[in-house]
Design a protein around this ligand. Structure first.
Ligand code: FAD
Length: 519
């Protein structure tokens, strides 16, 4: 996939709406750079997408953060004109997917555009079209909200996304704020006492279009004398607003006005530095809280920082982490954060080991994709409008990380029906997927159509219970009778199980390179 990394075409159906067709293997950061420099365009609410591909991000529900933003595939563009919203009422950022599904069949999937008097094709018609298509057919155009809601967040299990059509807008700059935060920690007397400071919730719901915050989950007792009996949780809030101001000229040092804070200097954010820190602190575990607290201090900066949309709100671009992330209803975020911190304290004290990395919190508006962790439908008849997400990262090799993740996972599931992020580590199994995603059956009907013979099935789909157990058995039995493909100069040649070959054998110049069960 990584060689499928080109922007193919750009067209502009409206003056302020631009559709860019890009191959799904392109890295998100390369895409952002090319959009900015070659096309003068932007994708709003981009996340911290360092080494991820667009296909991987879209397939797993990749996201940025902001109260009025959704996951990448469907983020709302609040700045396009009302007339444009009327012409293109569906606000998805990904407008169309070009996929290769089972049997090498190409499909182009999008929602129908009501403004152009398009109507959704019934699912039975989609099924018929796919049943009669073959590897040589032209791409089948599927206008179906149902299919789009399944395929856009398909977890790599519905087929291969070849390209995506992404809705972009003219480039803009963002003014970024990085403000230190202190939250009183009530210690043992936790119940009902932990609260974000007044005005804090407004910062991420009202004040800033883009927002995120990180908290060091180890309470600092040194501030106990300020509020007797209380310790302090240190953190940094990152907010961003669009601005007409030009980008800052300074990037790293904290002393220049408009600079980015000491950790803006990339030399301080790489694996080498992280490993050195990990080694140092494992010799002297008691210093971890102090190191993290100072790290947070270096993340903040005194004045705001202005830069292009894709250059702000980025954290630790060159550090690999082992991470898990959970989504809870936004009105439960505060309580869930309190529980995670409480667990970090208990666990850290018991094991005499504290994480070097702070937890990160983000906010997102809910969406309608069947398997999105921010899907508005949760359990039957309950609908959620906004989600908060909590990410708990560890440096690779940190003691007890997997065990701690598991404990947090169980806690957040039980108390808040948390859904984990598909793209990070997760412990999802069949009963939990079924319980967490009330619209799973709608996704499964597309899965069974696009993946009829289990081509894209694997240990993951089995663990999540996507595969029909009977179909799995028959797949194993029939594996020796699958069709296979050979490649010749004009493309792939379908070889039927009965050995009748569409092309003569002389035209085939490569050996068999793949069978249908491993396309
Ligand atoms: C350290 C770390 C930090 C992260 N930070 C963030 C973050 O800030 N925000 C966020 O939203 N997410 C984050 N994630 C999660 C990230 O969004 C997902 O892991 C994403 O899938 C990574 O993209 P990738 O290109 O590495 O995909 P891969 O890991 O290669 O693939 C992920 C899934 O997508 C499928 N897939 C990939 N390409 C295609 C394609 N072309 N067609 C069909 N299916 C495809 C694969 O089959 C697989 O199931 C983070 C993950 C890690 C490990």
């Amino acid at each position: 996939m990584t060689t499928l990394d080109r922007i193919l075409v750009r067209h502009s159906p409206q003056t302020d709406v631009h559709h860019v067709v890009v191959e799904a293997g392109m890295l998100a950061e390369d895409f952002a750079r090319e959009l900015q420099h070659v096309y003068g365009l932007a994708v709003p609410a981009y996340g911290n997408f360092a080494g991820h591909t667009l296909g991987g991000l879209v397939s797993t529900g990749g996201h940025g953060s902001g109260y009025a933003n959704k996951i990448l595939v469907c983020q709302v563009q609040v700045h396009i004109q009302i007339v444009t919203m009327l012409l293109f009422p569906q606000a998805d950022s990904v407008v169309e997917l070009h996929m290769i599904i089972e049997g090498g069949i190409q499909v182009k999937i999008r929602r129908s555009n009501i403004a152009s008097q398009e109507i959704d094709v019934p699912f039975d018609d989609v099924r018929d079209k796919i049943r009669t298509a073959n590897v040589r057919s032209d791409p089948i155009v599927i206008l179906s909200t149902e299919v789009f809601r399944a395929a856009a967040l398909g977890l790599g299990s519905l087929g291969v996304i070849y390209s995506l059509t992404i809705r972009c807008e003219p480039t803009f700059n963002i003014e970024e704020f990085r403000t230190p935060v202190e939250i009183s920690w009530p210690g043992e007397r936790l119940s009902g006492c932990f609260a974000f400071p007044s005005g804090f919730v407004d910062m991420y719901t009202l004040d800033h279009e883009f927002s995120t915050f990180v908290l060091h989950p180890i309470p600092d007792p040194s501030r106990g004398q300020v509020e007797p009996g209380y310790a302090v949780i240190h953190g940094v809030y990152f907010g961003g607003k669009r601005t007409g101001d030009p980008p800052a000229r300074h990037n790293c040092c904290p002393c220049c006005p408009g600079s980015r804070g000491l950790l803006g200097c990339r030399i301080l954010q790489n694996d080498c530095m992280a490993t050195a820190l990990l080694c140092g602190t494992s010799c002297c575990a008691r210093q971890v809280p102090m190191v993290t607290k100072n790290g947070l201090r270096m993340l903040s900066h005194r004045s705001s920082y202005v830069h292009q949309w894709h250059k702000v709100l980025q954290l630790a671009p060159d550090v690999n982490v082992v991470t898990m992330e959970w989504f809870v209803a936004l009105d439960e975020l505060e309580a869930a954060v309190a529980d995670v911190i409480s667990m970090a304290v208990t666990y850290g004290t018991k094991c005499q080991h504290f994480s070097l990395l702070p937890i990160a919190c983000r906010v997102l508006e809910a969406d309608d994709f069947y398997l999105s962790p921010t899907c508005q439908s949760r359990v039957a008849e309950e609908s959620v409008s906004h989600y908060g997400c909590i990410e708990v990262p560890f440096l690779p090799g940190e003691y007890g990380a997997a065990q701690f993740h598991k404990v947090i996972d169980e806690l957040l599931l039980e108390k808040y029906q948390a859904r984990p992020q598909w793209g990070a580590s997760h412990l999802l199994t069949q009963p939990r997927v079924r319980k967490s995603y009330p619209e799973l059956d709608k996704w499964l009907q597309v899965y069974r159509l696009f993946n009829k013979n289990g081509t894209f099935g694997n240990a993951f789909t089995e663990r999540c219970g996507f595969d029909d157990p009977d179909a799995r058995k028959s797949k194993t039995q029939s594996i020796s009778r699958t069709r296979s493909f050979r490649r010749n100069r004009r493309g792939f040649v379908d070889q039927r199980p009965d050995s009748s070959i569409f092309a003569t054998i002389d035209e085939v110049d490569d050996p068999i390179i793949m069978s249908e069960s491993s396309v």
